[in-house]
Design a protein around this ligand. Structure first.
Ligand code: B12
Ligand code: SF4
Length: 491
């Protein structure tokens, strides 16, 4: 029997281990600005929300088992291969390494591998197996080949050139990559090549592939128990009907693809029912779940009808939320949503193409909260055209809308040729503006910039930490941050 090993990611088997990049550690700018922003300039380790709940950095209960690895594993297994899964290369067990050594094919996922991870991943594989045919696929390969072929790629958005991409591709080939698949899916292509055998080649597949519709690929029962975790991610639609200026998702999909309601619910069912370790939290990783409106409503209702109520979270866009939808979401188990509020200034939002009205923001947040759904609002500070007045408008909107939690992202991507006729705020000033907003919005709970509340929430719900405790932790965390920031911070 043909033997294959899937390598899902390089590192980060748990959120705790990743150390959740917190403000000072993640941003060299902010590190430089400590004396300007913080009461105690010697602070070197800033608190993260997750730290409040996790005692041990290698807390295995927080293990993330990457969905790309799960679907690749199930897919190859379903097609008759003997498959083994290495969730993260850095944590491979002796038994997993033994399987890797004996494999004829190794499939490396780059969904979560940034360009800098690619060579180390290949070196890891080649260290243990010099002869297997090595396939690389997933998000970063798709991006890289799109860049090389002169198509839309988020790598280009970050100032990287096709020549740079070509050079990286060459390095990958030298480091032992045989087949490189650039697709939003690419599983069928990989299988065909495995069946054909033969020597390596670079393939650029289609940019137009949709989400997986086969629910069997999301089953957990086929995995060894230690890889069955209490929280999992699924995707029921890819792409976004919107075109916000700052967002890179729009360059990654040629068009929108949605699973039908039946298919989406079947995927939920595979995740919820077919496993031996119970699922405590499901994360819908779709870009924006509530467009089109009726689709989410039907999915929620079908989940209730089929007895698939499960604690879940996802991303929504404001402007398409009402009582009927919020009620159905809550009844199907939704406990938390993340929304991109971005700015409280109408002109800024219009420029960003996040053009929902102030009223839609107020109503949407109030409606979700009224139905018991926790709202985390994500803000973008320092974007093109930001002024003290627009920052103050953000403060005002937060005070009026009162999302449960807010997270500030400081705008940093300013690649050459960034679209826009208005200048972004100077980086140091944007950091100071973020600190000012945090300090001067008294009742608002903030999480650390860069810490994704949704990620932390999913991880903690998987451990069955009550949602109220998570919110209380976030409030305490926010108070600590506010104390740390200088009283006279200004921008
Ligand atoms: C959920 C999620 C997470 C969860 C994962 C939970 C879990 N249990 O899986 C958590 C919170 C842990 C996470 C962490 C991080 N994430 Co994340 N995450 C996502 C998200 C929202 C969905 C991914 C998912 O589950 N998709 C479902 C699976 C089934 O699809 P898929 O991964 O695309 O894989 C399909 C294809 O790509 C293909 N495929 C994949 N690999 C291979 C390999 C071969 C050989 C073949 C043929 C095909 C193939 O087949 C799969 C089935 O169709 C995506 C955004 C998105 N919408 O995709 C970001 C995303 C993948 N994450 C991203 C990032 C940056 C991170 C972090 C680095 C963030 C951070 N600063 O810490 C960490 C990295 C973790 C690590 N290991 O290093 C980036 C990756 C960018 C990139 N690759 O260039 C994305 C794209 C978001 C973004 N736009 O910025 N993430
Ligand atoms: S709504 Fe969200 S996913 Fe869609 S383009 Fe805007 S920021 Fe990106």
């Amino acid at each position: 029997m043909t033997k294959a090993t899937v390598v899902a990611a390089r590192s980060h088997q748990s959120l705790a281990e990743s150390g959740v990049p917190s403000w000072m550690l993640a941003a060299p700018d902010a590190l430089r600005l400590r004396s300007r922003l913080l009461e105690d300039a010697s602070t070197s380790r800033c608190p993260s929300l997750l730290d409040r709940f996790v005692l041990s950095a290698d807390d295995r209960r927080l293990r993330q088992v990457y969905a790309a690895g799960i679907v690749l594993f199930n897919f190859l297994r379903k097609h008759g291969l003997e498959v083994h899964l290495i969730n993260t290369a850095e944590h491979a067990t002796e038994e997993e390494l033994a399987h890797l050594r004996e494999s004829d094919h190794v499939l490396v996922s780059t969904s979560h591998a940034l360009p800098a991870d690619l060579i180390p991943l290949l070196e890891f594989v080649r260290r243990h197996n010099g002869t297997a045919r090595v396939f690389m696929g997933g998000w970063t390969m798709f991006n890289l080949l799109s860049l090389v072929h002169g198509k839309a790629s988020s790598l280009r958005e970050f100032g990287l050139s096709p020549r740079w991409g070509q050079a990286l591709l060459e390095k990958l080939r030298k480091a032992g990559a045989d087949v490189i698949i650039g697709s939003r899916r690419g599983l069928d292509t990989a299988l065909e090549l495995i069946r054909q055998g033969g020597s390596g080649q670079v393939i650029f597949d289609d940019a137009d592939a949709g989400p997986l519709s086969d629910p069997e690929l999301f089953e957990m029962s086929s995995l060894p128990e230690y890889l069955q975790t209490g929280s999992s991610a699924i995707v029921t639609g890819v792409g976004c009907p919107f075109d916000c200026r700052f967002c890179t998702y729009k360059v990654l999909f040629e068009r929108l693809h949605y699973l039908s309601v039946d298919e989406a619910v079947a995927v939920v069912e595979a995740m919820v029912r077919r496993r031996s370790v119970p699922l405590h939290h499901l994360r819908f990783a779709d870009e924006v779940l509530n467009y089109p409106y009726g689709r989410l409503l039907e999915i929620c209702r079908a989940m209730v009808d089929r007895g698939l109520v499960v604690d879940w979270s996802g991303f929504l866009r404001l402007g398409n939320v009402d009582d009927r939808l919020a009620r159905a979401m809550r009844e199907s188990g939704c406990s938390m949503v993340s929304i991109g509020l971005e700015s409280g200034d109408v002109d800024m939002r219009t420029y960003m193409r996040k053009d929902f009205s102030q009223q839609a923001a107020l109503d949407g947040i109030a409606t979700l909260r009224r139905h018991g759904i926790i709202v985390a609002a994500s803000l973008l500070v320092g974007y093109h055209g930001e002024t003290p007045e627009s920052i103050d408008n953000t403060r005002r909107l937060l005070q009026a809308a009162r999302p449960d939690v807010a997270r500030i992202n400081v705008f940093s991507a300013q690649p050459p040729g960034t679209p826009g006729d208005r200048a972004p705020m100077d980086r140091d000033r944007a950091w100071a503006a973020a600190a000012w907003l945090l300090k001067n919005t008294p009742d608002q709970v903030f999480v650390t910039p860069f810490e994704s509340f949704l990620d932390v929430f999913s991880a903690l719900r998987a451990l069955q930490v009550p949602a109220g405790d998570i919110l209380a932790g976030a409030a305490e965390h926010s108070r600590e941050w506010k104390r740390m920031i200088r009283d006279d911070v200004s921008f």
